[in-house]
Design a protein around this ligand. Sequence first.
Ligand code: ADP
Length: 183
Amino acid sequence: MRLVLIGPPGVGKGTQAVILGKRLGIPHISTGDLFRDHVTRRTPLGREAGHYLDTGELVPDHITVGMVHERLAEPDALRGFMLDGFPRTVPQARDLTGVLERTGARLDAVVEFTAPEEILVDRLLKRGRPDDTEDVIRHRQQVYRHETAPLLDHYAGILLTVEATGPVDDIAARALKELERIE
Ligand code: ADP
């Protein structure tokens, strides 16, 4: 199964991706985690991307897209994957469609997680990652509304929406129930 998870920062996509990836037996590919790993290892890509992560800006496409292409070409991702954090813009979505088309593949579904903004900001302040200061959080929310939310229309035909409030396991159960509809 080839899935994309979409949702505003703090909605718990990463947590859900880990649970759902295990349940569905597909690798969880998080662009945020890939970038943070490069930053920690001080790779050239990490040095280029670090500044964007710190400020909550999107990393430019020429960096992001290459990293995602490489990851998707790894053997474990050939039969299916759960993308978390990519695509984040309509151009990135077009790029993904193009890459998949080369092997005759396509996305099965896009899962959107939703929650009220006050809950999101609160959760992120508690998480305390280096890019979780209030200004950067607010900026990331704004980037989400401007750049990423248009993807919901772009993917309207294959979109599944899951309310991401309440216990983590309940949210996962709701997502799995939605996904049964496409199996
Ligand atoms: P969150 O889910 O809290 O937004 P992520 O871990 O998904 O956090 O992303 C953290 C940062 O990584 C983003 O603020 C951005 O700088 C960068 N990033 C992640 N995915 C992308 C992408 N697809 N395009 C550009 N930048 C990205």
